[in-house]
Design a protein around this ligand. Structure first.
Ligand SMILES: [Zn+2]
Length: 265
């Protein structure tokens, strides 16, 4: 069992009190109450169900999720830390809406960072880290196969974070964390259709090259991978909603139908 799976198993153990909450959604939504709220909002943004610029009212969200405003505030603060949500003084939180120019700058930085990370990962990645990376790609593929696009995009991002860890350079890890969250938002906002943004085949090929300690090939694969993500963005698309109750209507319905417990997922 990988460290990641162990962590998840532990988080599931801690989840007991939440079973009384109207907790619906993706299998990955486990952990504390603010983790659950965080994951639901993050998914709604990534799946383009919440439009950029939407006001995230603490009161409305508290009502929808059946939790206190303190918990909502904690979840929003975490989303803000990842630049997915903006906290405006005295005016509350809104879904971030990176401009086309923001997107271009973030992608430019992402390329530089990914190149450095790939070179260092070729040098430093351990067998255990490579095995973890392969497991993550399998999880990512499974998410897209069952149509869970939000989880798929999140796992794709986590793959790139795990790779950054394998590079063993703390400033790069920190920079990558911020870039990956922002890239996820841009992809969700601008990617056209239902195509997955990170090809898990490309992730697998990348692991092969890193395992073979072939820096030239690994960097070349990573740059192609970045090109593909870039080329799938449609900078005109706009299809999400700004109505909180409509976006989370499945939660409200379940709350009415099953007040005592949600089915385990
Ligand atoms: Zn990727």
């Amino acid at each position: 069992m990988t460290a990641e799976l162990l962590t998840r198993a532990r988080m599931n153990e801690q989840l007991q009190p939440l079973k009384k909450q109207p907790r619906v959604g993706k299998a990955s939504h486990s952990g504390t109450q603010d983790d659950v709220v965080y994951a639901h909002i993050f998914d709604a943004i990534l799946e383009q169900r919440l439009a950029p610029g939407t006001k995230l009212s603490e009161e409305a969200l508290g009502e929808i999720f059946g939790v206190s405003r303190t918990i909502i505030r904690r979840a929003l603060s975490r989303l803000a830390h990842e630049s997915v949500v903006l906290l405006r003084p005295n005016r509350g939180a809104v879904v971030a809406s990176p401009s086309v120019e923001d997107a271009r700058q973030i992608f430019y930085s992402r390329r530089l960072v990914e190149r450095a990370i790939t070179e260092l990962a070729v040098e430093h990645a351990t067998a255990e880290q490579l095995a973890e990376l392969r497991q993550m790609v399998a999880d990512e593929q499974a998410s897209f196969s069952r149509g869970d696009r939000g989880a798929g995009i999140r796992l794709s991002g986590e793959f790139h974070l795990k790779l950054a860890e394998a590079a063993k350079n703390a400033p790069l890890i920190s920079f990558q964390r911020s870039l990956v969250s922002q890239t996820s938002l841009i992809i969700a906002q601008y990617e056209s259709g239902s195509r997955s943004h990170c090809s898990y085949d490309e992730h697998n090929q990348l692991i092969d090259a890193i395992e073979a300690r072939d820096a030239v090939k690994a960097v070349s694969l990573m740059m192609h991978h970045m090109d593909h993500i870039d080329s799938k963005l449609n900078l005109d698309e706009d299809s999400a909603s700004d109505d909180l109750h409509a976006v989370f209507s499945h939660l409200l319905q379940t709350k009415k139908k099953a007040p005592r417990s949600a089915a385990p997922r």
